[in-house]
Design a protein around this ligand. Sequence first.
Ligand SMILES: Nc1ncnc2c1ncn2[C@@H]1O[C@H](COP(=O)(O)OP(=O)(O)OP(=O)(O)O)[C@@H](O)[C@H]1O
Ligand SMILES: [Mg+2]
Length: 727
Amino acid sequence: MHTPLDLRLRSIVAGAREQGADLSREDLRISPGEAPSPAALAEWVSQSGLWCKAAQLTWRQLVKMTSPGAVILLMKDGTGAMMIRPDSVRNVVWLKDPEIETEQEGVAVDELRLSQLWSGEALLIRPDRQSRADNEPWDMGWIARVVLAEGRIISDLMMGGVVLSFVSMVPALMIMIIIDKVMSYRVLATLWMTAALLLAILFFEALLGYVRRQLSAIVALRLDIKMNLFVFKRLLGLPIDYFERTPTGRISYLIAQTGKVRGFVTGKMLTTMFDIMNLLVVLPVLFWMSVPMAWMVVGLGGVMAMIISSFIKPIRRTYARWLEFEVQKNIVLVETLHGIRTIKSLALESAQREMWDRRAADASYWKRRLDDISNWPETLVSPFDTLMTRGVLLVGAYLSISGVDVSSGHIVAFMMIANRVSSPLIALSKLLQDIEELRASVMMVGLVLNNRPETLNPGSGLRPRFEGAIAFRGVKFTYPGTKTRALDDISFEVPPGTVLGLVGRSGSGKSTITRLLQGINREYEGQIKIDGVDLREINLGHLRRSFGVVLQENFLFRGTVRDNLLAGRSGLTLTDAVRAARLAGAEEFIERMQQGYETVVEEGSPNLSGGQRQRLAIARALIHDPRILILDEATSALDPESEALVNANISRIAANRTMVIVSHRLSSLVDSDMIMVLDRGKMVDIGPHNQLLETCTIYRQLWQQQNRHMESFRSSARAALSTSVGS
Ligand SMILES: Nc1ncnc2c1ncn2[C@@H]1O[C@H](COP(=O)(O)OP(=O)(O)OP(=O)(O)O)[C@@H](O)[C@H]1O
Ligand SMILES: [Mg+2]
């Protein structure tokens, strides 16, 4: 049963988490039985680096609330509820009941009902300004801001565009003069002058074109750099569990859409701006030359725009379908590349190919549909496009016959200029479609980047020097999206320098304990402390750098053995690499390799055996002399000989550090100071080997299973002995 205070705190924790901070209940210092005041609650939230304020609000303020951030309503009965969103149209607010676990579920509450429940007080929670700047969402707004930051160059470009538009009209006007004046009145002097002017303009146009391309390239490059930095930084900032939950093929495809965004911003967007400039300059000139003909051009342009925009919706729908299948296709591709060894060795090629063929067929079907649909607006528009230039001739001829003063030079010049209107007009109406595509791409990239990052504020958090004492107190943890607890009420404490073994059946929660320690999963209940400091308060980067971690499968980067050992850490030299390699039992085989530490490790390290790879990984984890070393099944891939080598070194490796060793082979844990036995997320027992053999049934069973051959050998020896004695 939850007390009202529990529920209130739970909504606040949820609200703070939505804004990117994990609150720990232990930080809320209140004496038992006392309800914390709203100010104390705000203080508690503020400690986590968020901005938080307790405020007295009216119903009107609440339904009109537009500012971002979480709003927690403090109820009269002592509970709390998070406002999901206000709905000023229906005059209700959507609340989330803290007892309902599922996300997004909410109830609509109207003014009357809320006034019975709500005390009028609320906590407003949002990220503080610095972290807000670091964590702007990736959306159209972000892109607009990046573009606007280049305002100066862009406005220069636009000015150039205006000049260019004017200049490009001159030849048409010249031709008008040549037809109307030179040819009708045979004035040679005017001809020479126009010819000279035309030549000058040719030169000037070329020059302006050069400058314009140059400036565009600069803007494009700068936008590109900003976008690249932002995207990669955000991607790396995402928590590991996001990558675990999402297929790599999906992530890579979505992220690749930044290419489209970049293409638009640095290409289409600039040319469109020029087109608009061009229209703004050219249209008035057309109206000056002939109002009826100009209206005809505008009218036809309008019809074309209507035709194109009526196709936007179906195109958008088909486009989205096609993209979804492209994503699916990419997932198969990336999975195949990652699992190519398994696929080859199990001869799964044909199954994999079939899967690919199916996805590819789906994707091409929708691509075909997309092309079909996109073909229509272009087909329908092209007659109007042609009509625009030829119609000018007809209308002009009609006008001149019916007595309006239109010279033939006028008509030709008008045709030439009108010609330059139709393509920007079409481009502009197509722009709507481009913007739709852009929006889709931005949305897709946002699906990845707008996930909550691991740390909102990399500068925050404590950076203590670790000794290596670890304490868990009542730690409970459930993986997101699962129902059962992976860890259930784990409490233990070990002093610095302990070698702690973790044993238990597969799935009992051993790796989960090591993951929580490294801060990979942060949404646990209870408390984890390292040297008495709450894990949530420690700077995440500092925390991870203080650990050495070796897993069962380790990724070696392309590069030399030495590069892999140093792993880009500054201030380390070959001497450190050699020392670490010796400690990990890797020195012997590295030195046997032809180029020693300069041997190149290929992608996927095919030139190393599993055991060698593993020893390199151990050396890499040891190189910065971590206070806490985690080995999760690190030696299970090793052959008995190299395992013995590593195990023999463990006591040396363990000097001066805390070690957490997960192993299925109990024999390698016999010498540990402490062994923790886990079963289905619960801690069954903890103690040294000899004690566990006596007190812990599960441990004894595991031990006997693994040492049955020894036991049976001993008992048969005993039996043989007793018979021989008896006879
Ligand atoms: N990323 C994850 N997402 C969801 N559930 C997970 C995840 N990782 C582990 N689990 C679940 O949590 C439970 C504990 O898993 P854990 O990896 O800690 O077990 P383990 O003791 O390390 O097992 P093993 O010896 O097989 O490595 C399991 O039931 C598992 O299904
Ligand atoms: Mg495991």
